[in-house]
Design a protein around this ligand. Sequence first.
Ligand SMILES: Cc1cc2nc3c(=O)[nH]c(=O)nc-3n(C[C@H](O)[C@H](O)[C@H](O)COP(=O)(O)OP(=O)(O)OC[C@H]3O[C@@H](n4cnc5c(N)ncnc54)[C@H](O)[C@@H]3O)c2cc1C
Length: 352
Amino acid sequence: MSKLKGVRIAVVGGGVFGLMTAIAAARRGAEVRLHEPAPTGHNASAIAAGMLSPAFEALESGSDPRLFAILNQGLDAWRALGAPWVDGDALGSGAIYAGFGDVQDISDVADALETLGIEHRILSGEAARALQPSLSRRVSSALIVPMEGRVDPAQCLPAMARELHQLGGRILPEAVPVGVGFELWRKQADAVVIAAGYASAAWAGQAPALVGLQPIKGHILHFSGGPKAGPVVRNGEDYVAPQRGGAVFGATMQTDCADVGIEPEQVQALHARAVELIPGLAEVPFSARAGVRAATRDGSPLAGALGGGLFAATGARRNGWLLAPLVAETAVAAIAGEATPHAAAFDPLRFG
Ligand SMILES: Cc1cc2nc3c(=O)[nH]c(=O)nc-3n(C[C@H](O)[C@H](O)[C@H](O)COP(=O)(O)OP(=O)(O)OC[C@H]3O[C@@H](n4cnc5c(N)ncnc54)[C@H](O)[C@@H]3O)c2cc1C
């Protein structure tokens, strides 16, 4: 019998971490209650591009082989998930790095991929456009990393909420109290999972490990047209993720900003770069959105026991979608008192 059969688990937050952790716990027979006060679409998970990008995200984080291994296992976990709401083709849609004439750019990226042992192929501009036809004609050289993938947050989040319902879990549209009110509230559950994104830091009074979370605000543009299929395109720190609803272009990295206000100058700069990469986006309507990522010092999330019946599932910086299955598995195993491969790397108490 599952160690979690009948265990009352309360999950704080209905982003990708909260939902995936709740589903993993409910599958093991736990009585799950998820608390989410915000309407659908109002969190980092909903505005995210949905890229599953171990290769380019490892490069973005300084080519740390340890981090690449974890990110890569995140992608494997998505492939093993076999959820009906995941588009299997998109998991292997690949990602192109596009260069504007500067061959050195491409060879630097190729060298970095080589160092991490990541399979890639150099492409001409024409060959890149054969894979992603909307790409600017000014792109003269490129490379493709076939292993990269993506999921569609707009499709996955409602489907995950439905799956949780089907498993007997409940979603309550109410905020969990912080401070003294929390002590009384938590008595209703045997285990409480804090999965409130950067807002998780509000429970640092009960769990000091959460005090180390750092906010990183991100602006992102959701177009109602543009590429809807094919590989993600990257250039420098920018990316275009094709999604069913339209192309998603991102994103800013505004360290130590925890608000979600839209800043017109950030939007204008993003839009100009989006049009440079995909000229057809110039005429496509878009909405600008902003969300807050929660980051830790070493780039790995916090998933596991915080002490006193509290557990964490938060802090994946730019890679919450990619790491969600691993975070959920690690957090739920910690509640069951089981060891998992990522327990040490994700241990919320690892910073002392
Ligand atoms: C612009 C941008 C682009 C991104 N692109 C990607 C990408 O392409 N690939 C990728 O892997 N990752 C990406 N990320 C990162 C990813 O979105 C996050 O790591 C991930 O969504 C974090 O999920 P979460 O569930 O921890 O937090 P959130 O999605 O922020 O969810 C937390 C939830 O907690 C709720 N909450 C807060 N306070 C309370 C309370 N008191 N009681 C109950 N609930 C509460 C909030 O309402 C919220 O819904 C991106 C992030 C941003 C900002």
